[in-house]
Design a binder for this molecule. Structure first.
Ligand code: HXC
Ligand code: NAP
Length: 290
């Protein structure tokens, strides 16, 4: 149970329909739940229909809004097109798309087969452009304003060892976000993105923390705020970016990482570790000299 408050006014998404890829688990589930609470109808989609069905039933009951499970492997364009047509048939239209589905694992890159590389890039980048292209064609043909939210990471800019397929895929999604924001602005289609820092989920944590090294990989210690993200904090930002309150914002990527990226980058940030006594001693020595 989160202590973080809901940001958006009740009914923000009344009459609106969203597709959330990877909406059955983790952050996709949390964003879907909040969109439902704000009145949207939400289609959640991924490969596992049992997971989707369970989540859709739970979220519909908890929020009182319609959550619809539709199975779809985002790597397959025909499957994406079929999922979109099913969503339109069941909901009448689609107004918003959240490209949240992803695949990732840690490995020295030279140990990967080309199939392993494909499997992550295909989910992250191909999955995002498949869904964006299918929805974009539909929105432009039907002259519908729309909003897309992509989920990237801070290593989309910096790159990162040991998650190279994911870094390549997310960097592509970043380029897609900014490129299409400009090209499709004239159709009133907005594209923005969030780069989350560490938000605990079973999917990410089980794959990205080496077994037995949980203490060494205390993600909370890596950022300036000193704690992990709360799913409601991400959901608040996601809802704002998707909503008409952000109607003048497009092509933007918002980092929500408790200062993790800049903490890792600042050359002298490790001076955090210096004890107060050492600062006192240095100050005394400086004063003695002057
Ligand atoms: C090396 C691996 C591997 C691993 C699979 N492969 N897992 N190689 N290390 N841990 C190889 C396989 O051997 C195979 O190659 C190829 O990848 C395809 O494997 P499949 O199991 O057939 O793939 P598939 O069923 O398509 O599953 C995709 C997946 C899986 C990415 C491998 O992990 C998955 O379904 N993930 C979805 C959920 C997920 O990853 N969530 C985390 C998102 S977190 P060969 O050569 O043997 O055929 C995230 C956070 C980012 O993105 C930032 C955090 C700060
Ligand atoms: P997650 O629960 O594992 O979510 C990944 C989702 O993607 C799953 O629901 C999975 O469902 C779906 N998926 C995978 N392959 C798919 C495919 N081929 N077609 C359709 N759906 C597919 O992990 P998460 O932590 O919530 O991650 C959500 C997003 O946040 C990802 O984009 C991730 O990169 C990003 N992110 C997370 C963190 C974090 O700290 N958690 C940090 C930075 C970025 P199925 O297995 O049923 O297909």
């Amino acid at each position: 149970m989160s202590n973080v408050k809901s940001l958006m006014p009740a009914g923000t998404f009344s009459g609106k329909v969203a597709i959330v890829t990877g909406g059955g688990t983790g952050l996709g589930r949390s964003m879907s739940k909040y969109l439902l609470e704000l009145g949207a109808t939400v289609v959640i989609t991924s490969r596992k229909i049992d997971v989707l069905t369970k989540t859709a039933e739970e979220l519909s009951t908890e929020t009182g809004s319609r959550c619809i499970p539709i199975v779809c492997d985002v790597r397959d364009y025909d499957a994406v097109e079929a999922m979109l047509q099913q969503a339109i048939a069941q909901c009448g239209k689609v107004d918003m798309l959240v490209n949240n589905a992803a695949g990732n694992f840690i490995s020295p890159t030279e140990r990967l087969s080309h199939r392993a590389f494909d499997s992550v890039v295909d989910i992250v980048l191909k999955g995002t452009y498949n869904c964006t292209l299918a929805c974009g064609k539909y929105w432009i043909e039907n002259k519908l304003p729309a909003s897309v939210l992509n989920i990237v990471t801070t290593y989309a800019w910096t790159g990162s060892g040991y998650v190279v397929p994911s870094a390549c895929g997310k960097a592509g999604v970043l380029a897609l976000t900014r490129s299409l924001a400009v090209e499709w602005g004239k159709y009133q289609i907005r594209l923005n993105a969030i780069a989350p820092g560490p938000f605990p989920t079973e999917g990410a944590w089980s794959r990205l923390v080496p077994p037995g090294m949980e203490d060494d990989f205390d993600m909370a210690k890596k950022n300036a705020i000193g704690r992990l993200g709360d799913h409601q904090e991400l959901a608040n930002l996601a809802a704002y970016l998707l909503s008409d309150f952000a109607a003048f914002m497009t092509g933007e990527v918002v980092v929500l990482d408790g200062g993790e990226w800049i903490k890792g980058a600042g050359e002298f940030n490790m001076l955090d570790k210096l004890p107060q006594q050492l600062w006192d001693m240095m100050e005394m020595m400086r004063k003695k000299k002057s």
